[in-house]
Design a protein around this ligand. Structure first.
Ligand code: KIV
Length: 276
């Protein structure tokens, strides 16, 4: 008798367990139903509905313009396609910063209307009161420190973090405070690899998920469009590994379709309805 091992639903507890067992955690972003289905079937541990949707889906040059209603629509589409991965929704710019009440209401909307199982909140130690309250009402939180794209104008561009003594102290202090506040995981974005390693070692119950933070994090996250080549050609950060190059495939399919329509080769008789 063959034993088919069924993959169990990933929960917040499974992620914490994976950290304690030093099992690496794989995370990708998704914004739509079919991509979510494919990533889930491939076995991804967590799907993040990132506010990177602003860039890679809506064509904005930063993540700042995307709002709650659009993010909830993306999250709900992903939830319909996902079965087993842990589904995280990214709280967009100004959906949590104004007040604790606003943060709880919007985090709750992602669970109630979007079907998310956790939310991601950008920011360091200054976000502790917000994260604490959101966790207290029963919503799991993934933190996000290092380069936080919602503060891109303060950083003055995508600069690697953790270079000076002050920056390293702030990052470590933030990581420890966010774990203490109840984060079950934390994105470490664009920082020197030894900084990410030190944070990963210092955190006991909060799994670090790196992007541009070296190999010693508990897991890694990349933007799915980026690994498929669906990005601006000039966007090629050092940390990005491209696993497929879809643009020529899409262009070729579109060109062949256009040619067939123009030649009258599409649709054929077999592709048309008739009386008999
Ligand atoms: O919005 C996003 O996709 C993200 C990941 C890159 C971590 O925040």
């Amino acid at each position: 008798m063959s034993v088919i091992k069924k993959r169990k639903k990933t929960t917040v507890q499974s992620i914490v367990r994976m950290k304690s067992r030093s099992e690496r955690i794989a995370v990708l972003t998704a914004y739509d139903y079919f991509t979510a289905q494919l990533l889930d079937e491939a076995g991804i541990d967590m799907i993040l509905v990132g506010d990177s949707a602003a860039n890679v889906i809506h064509g904005y040059s930063s993540t700042l313009p995307i709002g709650m209603d659009v993010m909830i629509a993306h999250t709900a589409a992903v939830a319909r396609g996902n079965k087993r991965s842990l589904l995280i929704a990214d709280m967009p710019f100004l959906s949590f910063q104004p007040s604790l009440e606003v943060a709880i209401t919007n985090a709750g909307r992602f669970l109630k209307e979007g079907g998310a199982e956790a939310v991601k909140i950008e920011g360091g130690i200054e976000m502790v009161p917000t994260i604490k309250r959101v966790v207290e009402v029963g919503i799991p939180v993934m933190g996000h420190i290092g380069l936080t794209p919602q503060s891109i104008h303060r950083f003055g561009g995508p600069r690697v973090q953790g270079k000076g003594k002050k920056s390293r102290a702030y990052l470590m202090e933030s990581a420890l405070a966010l774990e203490e506040a109840g984060c079950f995981s934390m994105v470490l974005e664009l920082m020197e690899k030894d900084m990410a390693k030190d944070i990963t070692t210092a955190l006991k119950t909060c799994a670090t998920i790196g992007i541009g933070a070296g190999p010693d994090c508990d897991g890694q996250v990349l933007v799915t469009n980026d690994i498929l080549g669906l990005r601006e050609p000039e966007f090629k950060p050092k940390f990005l590994r491209e696993y497929a190059n879809l643009p020529p495939i899409i262009t070729d399919a579109a060109k062949r379709y256009i040619e067939d329509v123009r030649k009258g080769d599409y649709p054929s008789d077999d592709e048309s309805f008739s009386k008999k």
